[in-house]
Design a protein around this ligand. Structure first.
Ligand code: MN
Length: 293
């Protein structure tokens, strides 16, 4: 029986004890500076509600990943100031990492990722960041704001030089220039479609530990339609699961977030897809400790 509409997935009580859970889904509804469509602040709650409809059994893993325990803390009161917001998320994720738990943060706009990545840097001396996104997010600042969602990879690259960006199909000229000049590990959507990117080599070049930041605008609209800055083209559902499963299998994923879902009452599909995606990621993370049927 599912009975907790604010608890991710709504598993039986013993499997959502926040102190014992191995995975913790952190709702973080910050929408400071979304440039186009609004709705990111309602994203996390919509995902928690939609997650009640996700089946416990995972057909890819032939197991029930919720058995590792999935906790869901209350949504914190989030400061409007971006610096304070980032510090708060860093503090929350640091607390969970210190307890040996695996946080999955639901945004919120993409600017939140800096906070989580700061806490990862405290716990892991060397790590890489894999970004799945339609946008490069490499601007030094956007609309004079260096903490904008459109600058998040510029901020992350100040924390770690090891990044891999996949699915990109929208950039400003200064971002394209930066990719070339700094020889960034980078796969546009077009390169992906044409098989022109060597994923194995891209993953091998990163440190063993990686953080995954997934902006839902990396998806094709047929998978997720409601997002702040939509771009045509993009990843389909099954190929994304294959990609994620590969990353989780080849690397030690030390944290992840899923950002930029924009809640729209007319679209119940997008929050459901995000809920299912997060459950798949939890399953991939803990695949080695699940008992197949
Ligand atoms: Mn982004």
């Amino acid at each position: 029986m599912k009975s907790h509409p604010t608890t991710f997935l709504g598993p039986p009580d013993e499997y959502c004890d926040l102190n014992k859970a191995r995975a913790v889904v952190v709702p973080f509804a910050y929408e400071g500076n979304v440039s186009y469509g609004l709705g990111a602040a309602q994203g996390p709650q919509a995902v928690l509600e939609a997650s009640q409809q996700v089946e416990f059994y995972d057909d890819i893993l032939d197991a029930e990943p919720f058995r590792v325990g999935i906790g869901t803390p209350e949504m914190p009161a989030i400061p409007a100031d971006p610096t304070e917001m980032i510090a708060l998320l860093a503090q929350i994720t640091d607390g969970l990492l210190t307890k040996g738990q695996f946080p999955i943060v639901i945004g919120g706009d993409h600017s939140i990722t800096t906070g989580y990545v700061q806490s990862i840097a405290k716990h892991h001396p060397a790590f890489g960041v894999i970004q799945l996104d339609a946008h490069a997010d490499l601007r030094e600042a956007y609309e004079d704001n260096p903490l904008s969602h459109a600058s998040v990879m510029a901020r992350i690259r100040e924390i770690t030089p090891h990044t891999l960006q996949i699915g990109i199909r929208s950039m400003a000229v200064e971002e394209a220039r930066r990719v070339k000049e700094e020889n960034l590990s980078f796969c546009t959507m077009r390169q992906w479609r044409r098989g022109a990117f060597d994923l194995k080599a891209g993953l091998a070049a990163l440190p063993e530990k990686v953080f995954i930041t997934l902006d839902v605008d990396v998806f094709d609209w047929s998978v997720i339609a409601s997002t702040g800055t939509p771009e045509p083209g993009g990843f389909y559902w099954d190929e994304t699961l294959d990609l994620l499963q590969t990353i989780f299998a080849c690397k030690e994923v030390v944290g992840c977030d899923v950002v930029e879902l924009a809640y729209r009452p007319s679209d119940p599909n997008s929050p459901f897809a995000v809920a299912k995606l997060i459950y798949k990621m939890i399953g991939f993370k803990f695949a080695h400790c699940l008992t197949p049927l």
